[in-house]
Design a protein around this ligand. Structure first.
Ligand code: SAM
Length: 305
């Protein structure tokens, strides 16, 4: 059940897409002076060593953050994401990569609340340790504290179920990130059911789902099913870095499906996705798709090459 460890994949092209979009969503929430909840249903370990045994074994970060690290021509929104990762690496050498809880911790304000779910016994321990170290580091610098137990709460629990008790949030503002491993094909169904339930409890929340684009039938129908959920609006973006390899195993395409996205996100993605294809693309199969379910703006389907 617990074979997936995100450390093998940290900083790959799928993480770049996911964390770039996550940053955009959090920054939009920051524009209003009202607190929000950030809920991470599948949090992982929070921080990853790119020079650690797991990350170097696969070298997947070379498909994602690696090629972006030294670029001097990054579009402004993407530069903000790369700068956030660089802030984790004050030596200038690319050693640490922030997982989604750390991205949230860096962007959310003191008044905002982080609620993190992780089931893997080792990763939930690492997540707690990483936040403890961060809290100590911030306290030593006299900066704001992450305040474990108040601002940041880590739960060793099933995020699909745990999110229910947190919706609607007290401030009626929330971003839910749902990023399961999908090694168990039941995850596709569970995401859909979780979102259906969450939209009933809290229709105006923003929900962001990462998903792999794979040949298996559950994956192929997944985004189509999410489009039928009763949200006001949705946005679906995918990034492909190469044509499928002969083994068909390596992940070359992933997507982010966002329910109730901020109206600014479509334009931001239109401006940034062609750049990501250009820099991360490995062959002529590299491309992106961008679709919007905005009831006002006609649906668009863009492809970049
Ligand atoms: N969101 C993280 C990030 O971007 O840095 C990565 C998460 S990783 C793709 C998925 C995580 O979900 C794994 O650490 C796994 O142990 C955990 N997990 C699997 N099933 C879970 C469940 N039902 N509830 C909470 N966590 C779960």
């Amino acid at each position: 059940m617990f074979s997936y460890r995100h450390a093998f994949h940290a900083g790959n092209h799928a993480d770049v897409l996911k964390h770039f979009v996550q940053l955009q969503l959090l920054q939009y929430l920051n524009q209003k002076d009202v607190a929000y909840s950030y809920i991470d249903t599948h949090a992982g370990a929070g921080l990853y060593a790119l020079d650690g045994a797991q990350a170097t074994k696969t070298g997947e970060f070379e498909t994602g953050i690696g090629p972006l690290w030294d670029r001097t021509d990054l579009p402004a929104p993407l530069a903000e994401y790369v700068n956030l990762v660089k802030a984790m690496n004050p030596s200038g050498k690319m050693r640490y990569y922030p997982g989604s809880p750390y991205v949230a911790e860096q962007v959310a304000r003191e008044m905002d609340r982080l609620r993190l779910f992780e089931l893997h016994p080792a990763d939930v321990r690492l997540l707690a340790d990483n936040f403890t170290k961060l809290e100590q580091h911030q306290a030593a610098q006299g900066r704001r504290s992450t305040v474990r137990g108040k601002r940041v709460i880590i739960n060793k629990a099933d995020g699909f179920l745990g999110v229910k008790a947190l919706l609607p949030p007290p401030s009626r503002r929330a971003l839910v990130l749902c990023d399961p491993p999908y090694e168990d094909k039941q995850d596709y169904r569970k995401v859909n059911e979780m979102l259906g339930d969450a939209l009933k409890r809290f229709p105006s929340g923003t929900y962001a789902v990462w998903y792999p684009v794979l040949q298996r039938i559950e994956a192929r129908n997944f985004a189509e099913k999410l489009k039928r959920l009763p949200a006001q609006n949705w946005l679906n973006v995918t990034l492909t870095i190469s044509s499928p390899g002969p083994d068909g195993i390596a992940l070359h395409t992933s997507g982010m499906f966002i329910l109730n996205p901020p109206f600014t996100l479509l334009a931001t993605l239109k401006s940034v996705m062609p750049y990501l294809v250009q820099v991360l693309g490995r062959d002529k199969g590299a491309t992106f798709t961008l679709e919007s379910g905005d009831p006002v703006t006609p649906r668009v389907q863009d492809k970049g090459n």
